[in-house]
Design a protein around this ligand. Structure first.
Ligand SMILES: Nc1nc2c(ncn2[C@@H]2O[C@H](COP(=O)(O)OP(=O)(O)OP(=O)(O)O)[C@@H](O)[C@H]2O)c(=O)[nH]1
Ligand SMILES: [Mg+2]
Length: 339
């Protein structure tokens, strides 16, 4: 697809949001979904990137098996469960293996490249051992993993012929020892990813959780794009999938709420830096930064003043539009000089 700058229209995100946002409730029939998958002749591999998640990964693998048990015998929704472990010291590999997951050390996949570089590298290396036609990534640190994390994400890709990539959407509570803020989690998403996408990749501004670690695509698509290492991976996949298949082939699905462990604000600063670097690298390559320097383009990317804020609410996904005027006043000395 052509994502030439002149064709960028921030309204695309709003149209997309209306047509490609789903709710897991639309796909609650695991039976029907398994039948659809069988008719399509597709298999699914689910990859759990793991670093010190012994306390959560076991419950997640149990839930995946439980979803499979709801499907007709011989037609599971998930055909292969892989845990790609960062040689965690807390016994993650043992727990995952005891629950029946295929466990790989990230450092032993494609070993000629040396040790893996964080989450994105583990995800990329996992593509050398997945056998499914579809590959689904699922973060392994979710505390309240629910069945819809499996069937909800698969819903649109199995049911809507144009869809090739589906991203999770959810509310993220922030739990401290004393309080719960229902939408206080996902700080890097709110403070880095969403503003950056609004400015540089406005097509993607309708995604409620652009950095969610839960998403699915066909293996061919994942194997056809580069993966950035570490925490840059979700950002670069969003941009590269957009470039490869276009916004119409991307979808999001509301899964309710998701609670995971929170990292200290100081660690989030480095995570934000990874997101920024991923966007900066792509926008340089895509020529989107250069366009801003061309004063002859009336609709230059940097004049977009709309801010699209896609959010999950108890009533479902919403996109709110704000006009954020950014007026630049000249140096006061210039004004005073002409008076
Ligand atoms: N194999 C592997 N997995 C990793 C690595 N770093 C993180 N993970 C896993 O990737 C998933 C997401 O990582 P998190 O550190 O929770 O990152 P995040 O979800 O973006 O950040 P939070 O919102 O703070 O939870 C979890 O299942 C981690 O265990 C790594 O270096 N290697
Ligand atoms: Mg996490």
């Amino acid at each position: 697809m052509n994502i030439d700058e002149r064709t960028i229209n921030p309204r695309d995100a709003v149209d997309w949001f209306r047509h490609r946002s789903y709710d897991f409730g639309d796909f609650s029939g695991v039976n029907a979904l398994a039948g659809r998958k069988r008719d399509l002749g597709l298999t699914v591999s689910l990859v759990l990137p793991c670093r010190n998640v012994a306390d959560t990964v076991g419950g997640i693998v149990d839930q995946i098996h439980a979803v499979n048990e709801q499907a007709p015998l011989g037609s599971p929704l998930i055909d292969q469960i892989l845990a790609v472990d960062a040689d965690s010291e807390d016994g993650t590999a043992k727990v995952a293996a005891s629950k029946g997951a295929e466990v790989y050390s990230e450092n032993e996949l494609i070993p000629n490249l040396g040790g893996a570089h964080g989450k994105g590298d583990a995800m990329w290396r996992s593509l050398s051992v997945t056998s499914g036609d579809l590959v689904m990534y699922v973060d392994a640190d979710t505390r309240d993993f629910k069945p819809q994390f499996v069937y909800g994400i698969l819903g649109p890709i199995l049911s809507v012929p144009q869809v090739r990539y589906v991203k999770a959407a959810y509310r993220r509570p922030f739990k401290s020892s004393e309080t719960v803020e229902v939408d206080g989690g996902g700080r890097v998403t709110e403070l880095s990813a969403k503003p950056l996408f609004n400015l540089f990749y406005p097509e993607l501004s309708g995604f409620v959780q652009p950095l969610a670690g839960e998403f699915v695509a066909d293996a061919e698509l994942f194997r056809s794009i580069p993966f950035m290492t570490g925490y840059a991976v979700e950002t670069s996949i969003m941009i590269d999938v957009l470039k490869k298949v276009g916004l119409g082939a991307m979808a999001q699905v509301d899964l309710g709420t998701r609670q995971n462990r929170h990292q200290p604000l100081r660690d989030l600063s480095r995570m934000s830096y990874a997101v920024l670097r991923a966007v900066a690298r792509r926008l340089r390559q895509d020529g989107r930064l250069d366009q801003a320097r061309d004063p002859n383009l009336p609709d230059s990317l940097f004049q977009f003043s709309d801010y699209h804020h896609a959010v999950a609410t108890p009533e479902g996904l919403r996109i709110q539009e704000y006009v954020e005027e950014l007026v630049e006043r000249p140096p006061m000395a210039e004004i005073l000089r002409v008076r």
